[in-house]
Design a protein around this ligand. Sequence first.
Ligand code: ZN
Length: 236
Amino acid sequence: MRDAALVLFSSGQDSATCLAWALERYLRVETIGFDYGQRHAVELAQRGVLLDAMAGLKPLWRERLGADQVVDLSGYGALAESALTADRAIALAADGVPTTFVPGRNLVFLAVAAAYAYRRGIGVLVGGMCEADYSGYPDCRRAALDAMQQALSLGLAAETAIETPLMRLTKAQTWTLAHDLGGDALVSAIVEHSHTCYLGDRTHRHEWGYGCGTCPACMLRESGWRAWRQSQLRSS
Ligand code: ZN
């Protein structure tokens, strides 16, 4: 069914923007998240808060937003252990791939999401993968996703599309997209309720949201926010 979409929703800024994008386009939108033993359950705790806040922004969104499913992939997390799931330092490995890289994470998530979508009669998967701010994650590249889309369609014997609305956007442009989709109210909801910080910090509140302010995820979020605010000021 091409009128329904399943959004890979982690409660981060990117997946919240993807959810808004899907809610504008599809008659039925469901969400799926993965518990793969993240060090901080805060990401999972925020998903319900953010889903509720977004459903409250537009009657159409509330009408279209359907079930949310969290899948326990802690066994995979243990297998693919890296800085996100263990206590290793967050740093670049010698080969330039960040140690926050969980090998093949997006491919595993997509395969699980596709199986669930198949059962739910959904033929479109939506994910926040992005290669513009390409940060060393090879399974975020569109070429890998094109191959995955083909493998899923053949393997399920059902056409399965992988939509990646953020693929060519910078972090600043992702804020622009969120603003285009849901105005200041959506931007505020994402700032307040989405979670990005690798350290799970929700005690320090910045202009761009909660986080430690120093981990790579916080730094990327902050620089994207600043670039977007500057572009807004220039165009006003
Ligand atoms: Zn942080």
